[in-house]
Design a binder for this molecule. Structure first.
Ligand code: CU
Length: 300
């Protein structure tokens, strides 16, 4: 039995394996026939071509067997497709917002996260949309994927059966930060999930700041560890000498509180030299802006 961390994994694998096995058997049958005919009917053994008469039985056999196989393939595919497309009524709903270039998961009680935390054994329904361009949420270990389209709500559902952490990728090329658009499904026991779900979100500045950087999608493009991604790292941001392009001319500035605030409110006011000018304007309250700026100034 293959590793099956969700209810959907086995369904897709079984249909896929059935088709692969049929294809391998047919490939072997055709290849063996070719080799046998090559040997049996080669020029030395049969210098004069013979007239081959039709065989009704053979024609019926090679029409009926593939037809039955294709009907079975369709049947398995259809039954599992119906199952995967129809979430159960009691599923836990999670709203998914895809944006350039991060994922935001919002739960019914308002809890937000950049990781998809789920309880084991409970069906989870994702209601998905996009803030900008078409993205596609793919969970390879669960064998499910669906597009996230601006102005539309699409859905997916699954029930995790094995504890663990499973990759989420965006599989729709969505711009320069596409390859950074990753997250994880974290499947945990129902008790652990409830603890997380009901825990108050961080109170001190560092915890609140980090949560905001995650939920606003900042960490999709920036890191805290000194490495550059789509944009420059946040490490030692305050006081950094930074080349910026204003009105087509590159100048060097020293990053201060005012620059950080202006850049968040209006990312197009200045492009950072050496990086694509693709930062979106992220809606946020004055309180959130204050927290984020305060936190960014402290990251060492
Ligand atoms: Cu994407």
């Amino acid at each position: 039995m293959l590793f099956s961390p969700s209810n959907t994994t086995g369904k897709v694998d079984n249909a896929f394996l059935f088709i692969v096995v049929c294809c391998v058997i047919l490939l072997a049958a055709v290849t063996i026939c070719m080799v046998v005919f090559l040997i049996k009917y080669n020029r030395e053994r049969h210098p004069r071509p013979e007239r081959v008469k039709e065989s009704l039985l053979l024609e019926i056999v090679w029409t009926v067997i593939p037809t039955i196989l294709v009907i079975f393939m369709f049947y398995f595919g259809w039954v599992d497709f119906k199952y995967i497309r129809n979430p159960p009524k009691d599923a836990l709903t999670v709203n998914v917002l895809a944006r350039q270039w991060s994922w935001l998961f919002t739960y019914d009680n308002g809890r937000q996260s950049d990781l998809l935390n789920v309880p084991l054994g409970r069906p989870v329904k994702l209601l998905m949309t996009s803030a900008d361009v078409v993205h596609c949420l793919f969970i390879p270990a669960f064998r499910i994927k669906e597009d996230c389209v601006p102005g539309m709500t699409t859905h997916l559902w699954f029930s995790a059966t094995e504890p663990g952490s499973y990759d989420i990728f965006c599989t729709e090329y969505c711009g320069v930060g596409h390859s950074h658009m990753r997250s994880r499904v974290v499947a945990m026991s129902p008790g652990d999930f409830l603890n997380w779900y009901n825990a108050p979100q961080g109170r001190d500045l560092a915890e609140q700041g980090l949560t905001l950087l995650r939920t606003k999608g900042c960490l999709g493009c920036h890191t805290l560890d000194g490495s550059d991604k789509v944009g420059p790292t946040f490490k030692n941001l305050m006081g950094r000498r930074q080349g910026v392009i204003r009105a087509g001319r590159e100048t060097e500035i020293v990053v201060d509180e005012e620059f950080i605030r202006r850049h968040i409110l209006d990312p197009r006011s200045a492009a950072v030299a050496g990086f694509p000018s693709v930062m979106p304007q992220m809606p946020m309250t004055d309180e959130e802006l204050k927290t984020i700026v305060g936190y960014l100034m402290r990251i060492k």
